[in-house]
Design a protein around this ligand. Structure first.
Ligand code: ZN
Length: 335
């Protein structure tokens, strides 16, 4: 094969090159160790002496020309790759996900907003309480099971991790003059084994209002607004007699089952009602122990589990999901 047609073949191959990876193959096909041009040098020995020099020069020229062309092509591919990267900079950024408020904090905020709109103040109390504020002042008798170290986390004989947010009632009554309306949020601790509806740590919101001539009617009016705003305008609720040491009368508040509309399902255990909180009229003993005159003042109190409210509203069937850091789960709830 003559030098010219080898050269033209090389030009054709370069013209038709599709991707960068083909370049080394074409290069070795012509000027590699066994390349077509390289092979021609071997033929030199068979030529008459006088032609050798001339032909050798020609092969050299072609070889150098091809080397240049291959380098040009390599450079072209490098530039293309660089330009692709450059264009990449100007394309749409990868979507950056903004953070969301955690489901528990969303629930807290929704509840705050309802009570704030009715004039309640948010006050936080200590998580480490003394027995007086956690039990005695709330009328818990010495023999009450919650006082047992099996149920509470005690530090020593006098202090423990609060088992409910109710001690804040006592702390406010000791230091504020009625009238007042307060909600108090925060973590509470009990020695419960973790399962779908229990945890050693959980969140409560306590609410209480103290003034003169306060009765169940006032409590019911506040609950009416709470249930409408948190669960929906058509949701019914009822007050069901119950017992708590620090309220008299005491009651549990049920809402009409939001899953079956009251027909009966496994969430409401076929009763058509779901318990959402405890409430009652503050026991006169609690007033006396907190330095408020029960002859002059009266009030109501209520307490609810924040996890429970969140679980009911979002149809979450396992409390552990709320504490787990499963982003796929948490992302569902828009803050
Ligand atoms: Zn139901």
């Amino acid at each position: 094969m003559d030098l010219n047609s080898i050269y033209n073949d090389a030009l054709d191959d370069l013209k038709n090159i599709k991707n960068k990876g083909d370049l080394p193959l074409i290069k070795s096909k012509y000027i590699g160790r066994k390349g077509k041009v390289t092979e021609l040098f071997k033929e030199l020995t068979s030529l008459p002496k006088e032609e050798r020099k001339d032909f050798g020069q020609k092969i050299n020229e072609v070889q150098n020309k091809l080397k240049e062309l291959f380098e040009e092509h390599e450079e072209k591919f490098r530039l293309n790759a660089f330009n692709i990267k450059l264009n990449d900079i100007t394309r749409d950024a990868y979507p950056i996900e903004s953070g969301r408020t955690h489901i528990l904090n969303q629930t807290y905020e929704d509840i705050y907003n309802v009570f704030k709109s009715m004039g309640f103040t948010v006050v936080e109390g200590p998580e480490i309480e003394d027995e007086f504020h956690n039990f005695e002042a709330l009328n818990f008798p010495k023999s009450h099971p919650a006082r047992d170290t099996q149920d509470s986390f005690f530090f020593d004989d006098k202090s423990l991790l609060r088992t409910h947010t109710s001690p804040v009632q006592i702390r406010i009554m000791e230091s504020w003059e009625p009238p007042f309306a307060v909600i108090s949020p925060g973590k509470c601790y009990r020695r419960d084994t973790i399962d779908a509806s229990h945890s050693f740590m959980f969140n409560q919101i306590e609410g209480f209002l103290v003034d003169e001539d306060i009765g169940v009617g006032h409590l019911k009016a506040i609950l009416d607004i709470f249930v409408q705003k948190i669960f929906g305008e058509d949701v019914k609720f009822r007050l069901r007699p119950h017992f708590f040491p620090f309220t008299e009368p005491s009651m549990e508040i049920d809402i009409g089952c939001i899953f079956c509309g009251g027909k009966g399902c496994n969430v409401c255990k076929n009763t058509g009602w779901i318990e959402i909180m405890g409430a009652g009229i503050i026991d006169p003993n609690v007033f006396t122990l907190s330095g408020i005159d029960p002859e002059k003042h009266s009030g109501f109190a209520f307490g609810m589990g924040v996890e429970r409210i969140a679980m009911l509203r979002q149809n979450i069937n396992d409390m552990r999901l709320i504490y787990g850091n499963d982003l796929e789960f948490l992302k569902q709830f828009r803050g």
